[in-house]
Design a protein around this ligand. Structure first.
Ligand code: ZN
Length: 243
């Protein structure tokens, strides 16, 4: 089976539509979403509708949990809190109710799915080999997919060796069949790894080959929607830089 793994859509309907189209063109059977459908971007309802239609699995991220009232806005940075409040004020009740049903962890075909990390599914940023070691120790699965940092990357620990990690660029591949892995597809709607294109991961569940993918999308359309919603200008600006 071919699966598209997506994360951190963040109300960016333009990017999400493009990724879904690319994933379908690549022949994927299922889409798995690691959370944060909303927050930062200006089209939360459209993103929830796309996830409801296309995603077989969908997790809740910290921004989704802020909008459903599970997390306090005090735990967020100023820009994130402003965007979360805007989302709370504007999201359709049905979309909010749909988000409220989502779990923060999942499992599929023996692989772990976490919004942030295996030891803290909601908040931990896994960006160092130390954090990766601790998360691999905590993970019941050999292969886990994580989001939250908005950086396309992978950490691997081969038998008897320390964990190593690196960011991953478009069309790089990994063979997940041996070793222990933490794999981040990168962010669909707000990349922070210097590549402004929408990120996703193509996974073949038969041989566990993963390919990191990036898609050009209408960045200006997404930025204009953020400005029209009177969300902070920095949220529009960062989309063009991928930071
Ligand atoms: Zn996020």
């Amino acid at each position: 089976m071919r699966v598209a793994i997506v994360s951190d859509i963040h109300g960016n309907r333009h990017a999400f539509e493009k990724v879904i189209k690319a994933a379908r063109a690549a022949g994927v059977d299922e889409l798995w979403c690691l959370g944060d459908l909303v927050g930062y971007g200006a089209e939360p309802d459209a993103c929830v509708a796309l996830a409801a239609e296309h995603c077989t699995i969908c997790l809740a991220g910290n921004h989704d949990l802020a909008v459903t009232g599970v997390l306090s806005l005090d735990e967020f940075s100023r820009g994130a809190a402003l965007a979360a409040q805007w989302t709370i004020d504007t999201i359709a009740p049905e979309a909010r109710a749909w988000l409220a049903e989502l779990p923060s962890t999942g499992e599929a075909r023996g692989m772990g799915l976490y919004h942030a990390s295996p030891r803290d599914p909601v908040w931990e940023y896994v960006l160092s080999t130390l954090a990766a070691e601790l998360c691999l120790d905590a993970a019941p699965q050999a292969v886990s997919f994580i989001g939250h940092s908005h950086v396309a990357l992978a950490f691997v620990r081969e038998e008897g060796a320390p964990a190593t990690g690196a960011t991953r660029h478009a069309e790089e591949t990994a063979d997940l069949a041996s070793g222990e892995w933490l794999v981040n597809p990168g962010s669909v709607g707000q990349p922070r790894d210097g590549d402004p294109r929408a990120a996703w991961l193509l996974l073949d569940t038969a041989n566990l080959e993963a390919v990191w993918k990036r898609e050009e999308y209408d960045v200006r359309g997404a930025a204009d929607a953020i400005r029209a919603a009177r969300l902070p200008e920095s949220l529009a600006e960062r989309l063009t830089h991928g930071q």
